[in-house]
Ligand binder design. Structure first.
Ligand code: G
Ligand code: G
Ligand code: MN
Length: 563
């Protein structure tokens, strides 16, 4: 609006001056006498020539400012000033106007050239703008276009929903099948998307593999709950489209789409806040079962802030050695003898309140701090126990290792080097890994485990029964201990199926030449039943809670005394 007004005013001003110059020119021409400016004597035709050029500049400026309108006004002005000249020439046979006429023809051409030049530039500008609003791969509206659209909606005072639709298994697919394959997937999806938005919806592509849908809040539907349900259903339709199997390069693939949704203005006052809350929602629900379409709410951000604080705390604790280690004893079920200890880490917040270990371990795993935590724990556990194991050559000290850790190149070598540097005998260390290693690069895991076992380090499979172990993998992996997950032991006396399962794990362990340990044993009855079923080892509150190092040493000493 502002711009249009400015253009109009400029055209009026330019027209005014052009008219003035035209009038003055015709006056000067008709005067037919010389003008003296100081010592300079100018003929009227000389002055008219200068004025005509000034007018030409004004007319070209008018085309630049007013484009088509500018050109029309220019031509009208030229026509008005030329008609008397032509009349004079033809009716009065005064041919001295011919140079002026030639001048006029040149002006007409110049104005036209200027106009078409401007027009072309505008045309290319439009194409450039279109390209800048388009995702090059899929042809969908890109990030900028979507942001522009949202900005306009906010300025227009509209209410709307934004949904980010992302594909949980896209990165994995990209890694496994290559980027070209991933690009083909996105192109096919874009085809499904572009055709399916209806009036009041706007679709685009955000980041690498993220789609955006903006859905207008319906005017007639004022009930917020009903509206939310409608949006939920609509986004689920998009999800359904994405989930339809895709055939790319003769491979059928199934995607795992998920969506996060925010509402303007409820969930954020500007686009940045809305986007941040969408990202928070994605981070919060990522890998969470059943959370296919999730609406943002404040608790999402609160929890992320909370997790961020724990992460900061952990980060600091790693450099100030404030992670605290406790040790839970493991016993031989048949002889009742102490076998060793599982090392467990503990962390306290700034006020000294303890942070739940499963929580901070999970946060560490998400942020990759887990590698540092695991290494810290390994180093500190063996430093603490190195003198103790020299006195007790059969004692086993076990540490937990995150599943991702073992597949990192050089991990086994790192463990062996650490043991050597600390003069800790390899056979006294046990590495506990969870069954989730089976979901990762098994070849690397197997190589690392083989290397450790060849060097007498023990390897235990933790939380057994809850993960993905397949018999074929299990038979290939050199484990010396299976740890039956606490959840089975908990349900031992209430569920026959769980009892059968425990018996099965025990015999499976023995077939694999591994020992079997039951975790979380809290009662004498369970302990006795496990013994009867042939279970080898036990770890639980019944036989000993996780304890401080000094207490653990006392337990060891007492054992020795009782033998
Ligand atoms: O005892 P507790 O509540 O600490 O254990 C919670 C979970 O955290 C268990 O599954 C345990 O294996 C895991 N855990 C405890 N300490 C560590 C550690 O240092 N590294 C890893 N990767 N996991 C640990
Ligand atoms: O997954 P992992 O085996 O590393 O987990 C060991 C966890 O189980 C630790 O958090 C430990 O404190 C806990 N734990 C060990 N024994 C018992 C028990 O008998 N009862 C309960 N409730 N927790 C136990
Ligand atoms: Mn464990």
């Amino acid at each position: 609006m502002q711009k249009q007004l400015k253009t109009r005013i400029s055209i009026i001003v330019l027209t005014f001056f052009a008219v003035v110059v035209t009038i003055v020119t015709s006056r000067v021409t008709s005067m037919a006498r010389n003008l003296e400016v100081g010592r300079l004597v100018l003929s009227s035709s000389q002055i008219a020539g200068v004025l005509t050029n000034i007018r030409l500049i004004l007319l070209v400026a008018m085309v630049l400012v007013g484009k088509k309108t500018g050109m029309i006004i220019s031509y009208v002005l030229i026509l008005i000033s030329t008609v008397p000249m032509i009349i004079q020439m033809f009716f009065l046979q005064k041919w001295d106007g011919i140079p002026g006429l030639a001048n006029t023809v040149c002006s007409v051409i110049l104005i036209y050239v200027t106009y078409s030049f401007i027009n072309n530039i505008n045309h290319y500008n439009k194409i450039l703008h279109l390209l800048s609003q388009q995702d090059p791969l899929t042809g969908m509206h890109n990030l900028t276009a979507v942001r522009d659209y949202i900005d306009k909606r906010i300025k227009a005072g509209k209410e709307f929903y934004i949904s980010f639709l992302y594909i949980e298994n896209f990165a994995q697919l990209n890694d496994m099948m290559g980027r070209d394959f991933g690009n083909s997937v996105l192109k096919s999806l874009a085809g499904r998307f572009i055709g399916s938005t209806v009036e009041g919806e706007y679709g685009g592509k955000n980041g690498d593999s993220e789609f955006v849908i903006v859905i207008d809040s319906s005017k007639e539907n004022k009930d917020p709950v009903a509206e939310r349900l409608e949006v939920d259903a609509r986004v689920k339709q998009f999800i359904k489209q994405v989930k339809r199997p895709l055939i790319i390069e003769n491979t059928e693939i199934t995607l795992e789409p998920r969506a996060a949704i925010v509402r303007y203005p409820d969930d954020g006052g500007d686009i940045n806040e809305l986007y941040r809350h969408l990202d928070d929602t994605i981070a919060h629900y990522r890998n969470q079962a059943g959370a296919e379409v999730s609406f943002y709410d404040a608790s999402v951000t609160n929890e992320l802030t909370e997790n961020g604080k724990i992460e900061d705390r952990l980060f600091k604790a790693l450099s100030t050695d404030e992670i605290h280690l406790v040790f839970q004893p493991q016993y031989n079920l048949r002889t009742g003898k102490l076998r060793g200890f599982e090392t467990l880490s503990r962390l306290e917040d700034e006020e000294g309140k303890s942070i739940r270990p499963d929580k901070f371990i999970q946060i560490a795993e998400k942020s990759n701090l887990i590698f540092r935590v695991d290494n810290w724990v390994l180093i500190h556990a063996i430093k603490r126990f190195k003198d103790v194991v020299k006195e007790n050559p059969d004692l086993v000290i076990s540490v937990n290792i995150s599943a991702n850790h073992l597949q990192k190149p050089g991990y086994a070598e790192f463990v062996l080097r650490t043991l050597k540097e600390n003069e800790f005998p390899n056979k006294n260390l046990e590495i506990e890994i969870t069954e989730t290693v089976f979901a990762s690069a098994i070849e690397n895991v197997k190589a690392a485990m083989d290397k450790l076992r060849q060097n007498e380090v023990k390897v235990a499979l933790d939380d057994f029964g809850t993960g993905y172990a397949s018999l074929s993998y299990l038979s290939q992996l050199p484990v010396n201990l299976l740890k039956i997950d606490k959840s089975f032991v908990d349900k031992m006396h209430t569920s026959c199926e769980d009892m059968d399962f425990i018996k099965l794990i025990i015999s499976m362990g023995h077939v694999l030449h591994a020992e079997v340990l039951a975790e979380g044993v809290e009662s004498v009855e369970k302990k006795e039943a496990l013994l009867e079923w042939g279970c080898d080892l036990v770890q639980g509150y019944l036989t000993g809670k996780p304890m401080e190092f000094e207490k653990a040493v006392e337990v060891i000493e007492k054992e020795k005394g009782s033998v």
